[in-house]
Design a protein around this ligand. Structure first.
Ligand SMILES: Cc1cc2nc3c(=O)[nH]c(=O)nc-3n(C[C@H](O)[C@H](O)[C@H](O)COP(=O)(O)OP(=O)(O)OC[C@H]3O[C@@H](n4cnc5c(N)ncnc54)[C@H](O)[C@@H]3O)c2cc1C
Length: 444
């Protein structure tokens, strides 16, 4: 089977998963990361059943990665701890980010006899991308070329400027997040443990009375750690961090003061913090209808940074990778036309769902105004729009990106009007390793 040379910029969840997916689809992958591959910060991330299922299909091992299944999500009054709502976890899992990063990095090198491992290059900072020629320029003056370039360089990426032809930086939001990791062993006799961390697998969302803040808690790292995220999105909390900054300092004292606004027993958790991580100002990107141009596709936060109220950023980074892995599988021909129509199909499939998810992610799940989804109505068919929390979780958790891509690929191939379907547009057929133009750039 002919294969593509694929170059990926950025080694976060989006870049690493795309690398594994494209390598599994039979392509030759090189991934360039600005820093080290072991630099992930010690917080946690929750992934839905379809993301986890897709990662498992790539060899992801839930035991090795110490995944913790989320059995249910309980919404509590943060002051009284009264139960307001409870929803099933639906097969979601939570992971300690360093565990996830380690597992994904490991999988880039796991190959069968027919595959080549991904080439991972650390401390390689990309400065510019030429999407038409398929060339990536590095800060040290060197360059490299490929058939397909995947920009996965995070929220501050400039790759979408290249796609859209205008500057479109991510925008700072009013929402901040303080992430806290608590070792469960230290909590045994703590009142907090009796309330929040007594049943492994229970996730809780405690709403501050009056709104504007809530505390999200769930397990990770083989149920050894409890992950807490304090979200503040009320105007009173904005000055805590300068508007133009992504991160701000936070101290145990700051966390303690904020926790005092919740049930007193929750505040006692501050005595057991493993680490006080920086305060994050969350950034967002506006919904768009395309993420591709020429040989370039932009994925993950670089393409569609969103607020993390619904925990969908990493899930969508994995869906991006799954879509690319599916749409670029079984290629009988490698040509510019072939890459082009597959990327167009990628845009058609990904843009509506990503855009709707970005909009729905603007408010916490307990504040959704179901009847006011006018913006979402412009994107999704009426029947698909979630009408309550149960529906929303179902919409987020049950969508099967791989099946969607397979069906759309079949429709596309089966349409005789499409004269650039696979195997038909082979005007510049070539084997893996790039065009003469690409090879020249590689030598330069
Ligand atoms: C508080 C919080 C909680 C969250 N919780 C969840 C959750 O529960 N579930 C969920 O799905 N999502 C969650 N998210 C969102 C999720 O973390 C992100 O969407 C996801 O990590 C984005 O991954 P990425 O690979 O696109 O970007 P990143 O992780 O930012 O990776 C980008 C990589 O590119 C590299 N890079 C940057 N510039 C260059 C360059 N010029 N050259 C080469 N490399 C470069 C960077 O060093 C980095 O390694 C949360 C986010 C926050 C802030």
């Amino acid at each position: 089977m002919p294969c593509l040379s694929v170059m990926i910029v950025g080694g976060g969840i989006a870049g690493l998963t795309s690398a594994i997916a494209l390598r599994r689809a039979g392509h030759k992958v090189t991934l360039y990361e600005k820093y080290s591959f072991s630099g992930e910060i010690g917080a946690a991330v929750a992934l839905g059943p379809r993301s986890v299922g897709y990662l498992q299909s790539l060899g992801f091992d839930l035991d090795r990665v110490k995944g913790c299944q989320s059995l249910n999500i309980q919404i509590l009054d943060g002051r009284t701890l009264e139960l307001l709502d409870s929803q099933k976890g639906g097969g979601s899992y939570a992971f300690f980010r360093p565990d996830l990063q380690q597992e994904l990095t490991y999988l880039t090198g796991q190959v069968d006899s027919t595959e080549q491992p991904c080439r991972l290059v650390e401390f390689a900072a990309v400065s510019r991308i030429d999407p038409e020629k398929g060339i990536v320029y590095f800060e040290d003056g060197s360059q490299d070329a490929a058939d397909l370039i995947i920009a996965a360089d995070g929220v501050h990426s400039k790759a979408m400027d290249v796609v859209l032809g205008v500057a479109c930086p991510a925008k700072p939001s009013d929402t901040t997040a303080t992430r806290i990791i608590v070792p469960v062993a230290k909590l045994k006799e703590n009142p907090f443990a009796r309330i929040m961390a007594s049943v492994p697998g229970h996730s809780t969302l405690s709403i501050r009375p009056g709104g504007g803040a809530y505390l999200l808690g769930y397990w990770c790292h083989g149920f050894e750690y409890f992950n807490l995220v304090l979200y503040r999105y009320g105007a009173e909390d904005v000055p805590v961090i300068a508007m133009d900054k992504m991160r701000g300092e936070t101290t145990r004292e700051d966390v303690k003061v904020a926790m005092n606004q919740f049930h007193p027993d929750l505040g006692t958790v501050c005595e057991h913090l493993l680490d006080v991580l920086p305060l994050w100002r969350l950034h967002t990107r506006d919904p768009v209808s395309r993420y591709t141009r020429g040989r370039l596709v932009v994925v993950g936060d670089a393409a569609h940074a969103m607020l993390s109220h619904l925990g969908q950023g990493a899930n969508n980074a994995i869906f991006d990778a799954a879509a690319l892995g599916t749409l670029f599988a079984n290629m009988s021909v490698v040509s510019a036309e072939e890459i082009s129509w597959r990327l167009r199909l990628y845009d058609e499939i990904r843009a509506p769902r990503i855009s709707a998810t970005q909009i729905l992610s603007e408010v916490p799940m307990f504040e959704q105004k179901w009847q006011k989804n006018d913006e979402v109505k412009k994107i999704l068919p009426e029947t698909e729009i979630p009408q309550n929390l149960k529906d929303l979780l179902k919409w987020l958790q049950e969508y099967d990106i791989v099946q969607d891509c397979r069906e759309r690929l079949q429709e596309h191939i089966g349409n005789p009007a499409n004269n650039s379907a696979p195997g038909m547009g082979n005007s510049s057929r070539r084997e893996c390793g790039g065009t003469a133009e690409h090879n020249q750039a590689n030598e330069g």
